[in-house]
Design a protein around this ligand. Structure first.
Ligand code: ATP
Ligand code: MG
Ligand code: FE
Length: 343
C-alpha cells in the first residue's frame, strides 16, 4: 500500500510517501522558519497562507522524486491535530479533496503519535513496549507505550514545554527563533562550572516537569549580569550552557525514573528537542548503565515532517481505519492519551 502523508500542523509543510512493504519512498519539507523569524515566533495566519502556497507543489515534488503518479496512491493521511487550526485545515482539506478525486481512503492522524513513532523509520526500530520521552515545541511528556495506540501518560509538563523553554531562553539571549539549536550552539562555548540553574521538580517523586521557573531564573541571571556590567559574549554563553545543562539534566533524571518505575529497557526520545546532542549523550550513558537502549529519529525527523505522518497513517490504515468521506478533521487540542489501538 502506497500512502501519501501530509503534515501542516504548525510552521513546516511536510510531505512523504510511505510504502507498507518497501518503507519510506520519498519525503520533502518546506520550513517557514525564515518567514516567522522576523516576528520572533509563529504567526498563525501567515502559517496557513504559506501552507496553501507550498503544499501542492511539495506533493508534486515528492511524487516526481518517487517516479509515481497520483493515480498510483492507495491512501492519503494527514495531521488532524493538535496544532494551529488554520494550518491543520490546509492539510485536511487538501487530503480530503485529493482522496475524493482519486476515490481512495483518507485518514487524519495525531501529530504527537507521529513524533512518537518516528524512530520506527530507522534501520533498527524499537520493539514494543517502551518508555517514550516526547520533547517538542508544545509538549514534554513521558509515555508508556505498549503498542500502536496503547499509551499511558506517566508525566508531563505542568507549564512550558522543553522546546518552548529553549525558544524563550533564546529570545532572552538575543538569539533568533527557533532557539533550541541556537542555544545549544552558544552553550558549546560556555563554561559549565560558572552558573548552576535549578533542576525543577526533581527533588520530589513523580514524573511531571516544570520549565517556567527556569525561564525566570535565566532572565534574573541575565539582568543581574547586565546591572553588574558583565553581560558579554562569554557570560551569554555561560548562561546558555547552564540553561541547557539544567533542562537536559532534568529530562535525564525523569527518564531514569520512568525506566525504573516501569521496569522497561527501551527508551524512545522524539520531538524537536530530541535533536539536542547533549541530551543524546547523557541518555546514551544512562541507558548503557542500566543495559537499556535509547532510540531516536534521524536528525531531520526529530522536528516536524511528513514521513512520521505517512508512517503512522499507514499503520492505522492497514488496521482498517479511515475518515468518513467528506468529514475532515482539524482538532487544535487533542490529548494523545485519548487515542486507542485500532480495532
Ligand atoms: P509540537 O510537536 O509539540 O506540536 P512543534 O511541532 O513546534 O511542537 P517540533 O517541531 O517537534 O515542535 O520541535 C521544535 C522545537 O524543538 C523548538 O522548540 C526548537 O527550539 C526545539 N529544538 C530543535 N532542535 C533543538 C536542539 N538541538 N536543542 C534543543 N531544542 C531543539
Ligand atoms: Mg516547527
Ligand atoms: Fe511537532
Amino acid at each position: 500500500m502506497l500512502v501519501l502523508g501530509i503534515e501542516t500542523s504548525c510552521d513546516e509543510t511536510g510531505v512523504a510517501l510511505y510504502d507498507t512493504e518497501l518503507g519510506l519512498v520519498a519525503d520533502a519539507l518546506y520550513s517557514q522558519v525564515a518567514m516567522h523569524a522576523e516576528y520572533g515566533g509563529v504567526v498563525p495566519e501567515l502559517a496557513s497562507r504559506d501552507h496553501t502556497r507550498r503544499l501542492l507543489p511539495l506533493i508534486q515534488q515528492v511524487l516526481d522524486e518517487a517516479g509515481v503518479t497520483r493515480t498510483e496512491l492507495d491512501a492519503i493521511t494527514y495531521t488532524a491535530g493538535p496544532g494551529l487550526v488554520g494550518a491543520l485545515m490546509v492539510g485536511a482539506s487538501t487530503a480530503h479533496g485529493m482522496a475524493r478525486a482519486l476515490g481512495i481512503p483518507v485518514l487524519g492522524v495525531h501529530h504527537m503519535e507521529g513524533h512518537l513513532l518516528a524512530p520506527m523509520l530507522e534501520p533498527t526500530p524499537p520493539a514494543f513496549p517502551f518508555v517514550a520521552l516526547l520533547v517538542s515545541g508544545g509538549h514534554t511528556q513521558l509515555v508508556e507505550v505498549q503498542g500502536l495506540g496503547c499509551y499511558r501518560l506517566l508525566g508531563e509538563s505542568v507549564d512550558d514545554a522543553a522546546g518552548e523553554a529553549f525558544d524563550k531562553a533564546a529570545k532572552m539571549l538575543g538569539l533568533d527563533y527557533p532557539g533550541g539549536p541556537r542555544v545549544a550552539k552558544l552553550a558549546e562555548e560556555g563554561d559549565p562550572g560558572r552558573f548552576r540553574f535549578p533542576r525543577p521538580m526533581t527533588d520530589r517523586p513523580g514524573l511531571d516537569f516544570s520549565f517556567s521557573g527556569l525561564k525566570t531564573h535565566t532572565l534574573t541571571t541575565l539582568r543581574k549580569l547586565e546591572q553588574e556590567g558583565g553581560l558579554d559574549d562569554q557570560a551569554r554563553a555561560d548562561v546558555a550552557r547552564a540553561f541547557e545543562e539544567a533542562v537536559v539534566d532534568t529530562l535525564v533524571i525523569k527518564c531514569r525514573r520512568a525506566l525504573d518505575d516501569t521496569g522497561l529497557k527501551r527508551l524512545v526520545v522524539a520531538g524537536g528537542v530530541s535533536a539536542n546532542v547533549r541530551l543524546r549523550e547523557r541518555l546514551e550513558r544512562e541507558t548503557d548503565k542500566r543495559s537499556a537502549q535509547a532510540f531516536y529519529p534521524r536528525g531531520r525527523f526529530c522536528t516536524d515532517n511528513g514521513a512520521m505522518i505517512a508512517y503512522v497513517g499507514a499503520q492505522r490504515l492497514l488496521a482498517g481505519e479511515h475518515d468518513e468521506i467528506g468529514i475532515m478533521k482539524a482538532t487544535p487540542r487533542w490529548p494523545m492519551e485519548t487515542l486507542a489501538a485500532p480495532r
